[in-house]
Design a protein around this ligand. Structure first.
Ligand SMILES: Nc1ncnc2c1ncn2[C@@H]1O[C@H](COP(=O)(O)OP(=O)(O)OP(=O)(O)O)[C@@H](O)[C@H]1O
Length: 412
């Protein structure tokens, strides 16, 4: 129950705190913590946990470091781009301290491996960014009786709470069913300020450090809400444990992990992938579109990203009508392609279809573009339903343009 000379010197500033003291520091040395996600939240959380003297720290992430991560994922550096996030984080922690054994888990956490990995740690920090992994971590922590320190951040807002602490609620008690996938936004679509993830990640480290040192957490059955725009922090009391909860209730129906991707109807890896909504004949490749540009064929290039994204970078002569505004601005597209708008102001695809007899009068084809090629496919469907016949999706959007045609075009 004592500390070495090196430990006393290294951790003196926190041992001086009567709330922590020698006993708390010894507890930290003997403790272990798993940080799931070495991204915006996991970066500061892991650094502070290691610096505080947690004895064994697991860092789990399946992904590699990308340039767009570095604005907030401060455990990684420019030299780590392309490397495994878990290993890059482990390297940073090795540089920071020799008092912490850091273990890198480069895997997708799923139902097949979660119990085995999580059972090796005392406290779990959820620093991930997708609903399927949130339910997975919650259920695994309840089944293994571990406390889960959960955080999230998006745009200028952040949230934090501690689940399943001494009979308190779990994530499922509060959210028995997952949200519809189309209502969930992530940082790669909505953006986030690095300092916001920094604040929430530090709060996660703080709560985990208190738990591991033997102190009471501040946010069990309470939710911290950060509004970084106004600088306000609000604390909301959460409902107590739900006796009917499917995993921690009195008669749980979930006694082992399930298929969380199926349960949530959404991927557990938050990788933006192109979903196929259209037939191949309704799409052209970025390379084929480049040929059209080269030949100088008359056409309209419709970019359906939101205004802010359009202003970041755009192709020459693109017309920007955001996907969210397209139903209201169909008349503008019909004007552009030379199809007279017979209804006056068009409100919906149905009124547009009524107003234009299929394809009649269309003078130029339309090619539709977005960042990854998802919204553009939906826009092509809407335009077709509105009577625009010569309309094609540029497959894979601006990512495909950057990969296949012009590598100087920024991927963001
Ligand atoms: N099931 C999972 N298994 C392993 N790692 C996961 C899992 N779910 C999420 N993660 C990791 O959690 C981290 C969350 O970090 P963050 O929210 O900053 O997002 P990101 O994916 O790095 O960034 P962006 O969305 O901008 O590409 C990511 O590094 C992601 O790979």
């Amino acid at each position: 129950m004592s500390l070495s000379k090196d430990e006393i010197e290294r951790f003196s500033r926190q041992i001086l705190l009567p709330e922590l003291a020698t006993k708390g520091q010894v507890n930290l040395r003997k403790s272990s913590c798993l940080v799931v996600g070495a991204g915006g939240l996991g970066s500061p959380a892991a650094l502070y946990l290691a610096a505080a003297g947690v004895g064994r720290l697991g860092i789990l992430d399946y992904d590699v470091v990308e340039a767009s991560n570095l604005q907030r994922q401060i455990i990684h550096s420019q030299q780590s781009v392309g490397l495994s996030k878990a290993e890059s984080a482990q390297e940073s922690i090795h540089r920071l301290t020799s008092f912490c054994e850091c273990i890198a888990h480069t895997v997708v956490l799923d139902s097949t491996n979660a119990i085995e990995i999580i059972s090796k740690y005392d406290v779990i920090v959820d620093a991930t960014d997708n609903v399927a992994t949130r339910y997975l971590l919650n259920d695994a922590c309840v089944l293994l009786d571990k406390v889960l320190v959960s955080g999230s951040a998006l745009r200028l807002e952040g949230q934090l709470t501690v689940y399943h602490y001494k009979g308190g609620p779990c994530y499922r008690c509060l959210f028995p069913t997952p949200p519809p996938p189309e209502t969930v936004t992530n940082c790669s679509d909505g953006g986030v300020l690095g300092a916001v993830t920094g604040i929430i990640g530090c709060f996660q480290a703080l709560e985990a450090i208190k738990l591991l040192a033997g102190m009471e957490p501040a946010y069990a059955q309470k939710l911290l809400l950060l509004d970084a725009f106004s600088g306000a922090i609000r604390v909301v009391k959460l409902r107590p444990k739900n006796a009917n909860c499917a995993v921690c209730g009195d008669n749980p129906s979930i006694t082992q992990l399930i298929d969380y991707v199926q349960f949530c109807g959404a991927s557990a890896t938050d990788k933006s992938v192109t979903q196929h909504v259209l037939n191949p004949s309704e799409r052209i490749s970025a390379i084929a579109y480049k040929e059209i540009l080269k030949r100088g064929d008359a056409h309209i290039l419709l970019d359906v990203r939101d205004k802010n994204q359009f202003n970041i970078a755009q192709l020459p002569n693109a017309v920007n009508i955001p996907w969210s505004a397209l139903p209201r601005q169909l008349g503008q597209v019909l004007d552009l392609v030379g199809m007279p708008d017979k209804s006056g102001t068009l409100e919906t695809a149905e009124t547009a279809a009524l107003a234009s007899s299929s394809g009649v009068g269309q003078k130029v084809p339309v090619f539709v573009l977005c960042r990854l090629g998802n919204d553009s496919q939906l826009a092509v469907k809407l335009l077709k339903a509105s009577g625009v016949e010569q309309v094609w999706d540029i497959e894979g959007g601006l990512y495909a343009w950057s990969d296949g045609v012009d590598s100087s075009f920024p991927k963001y």
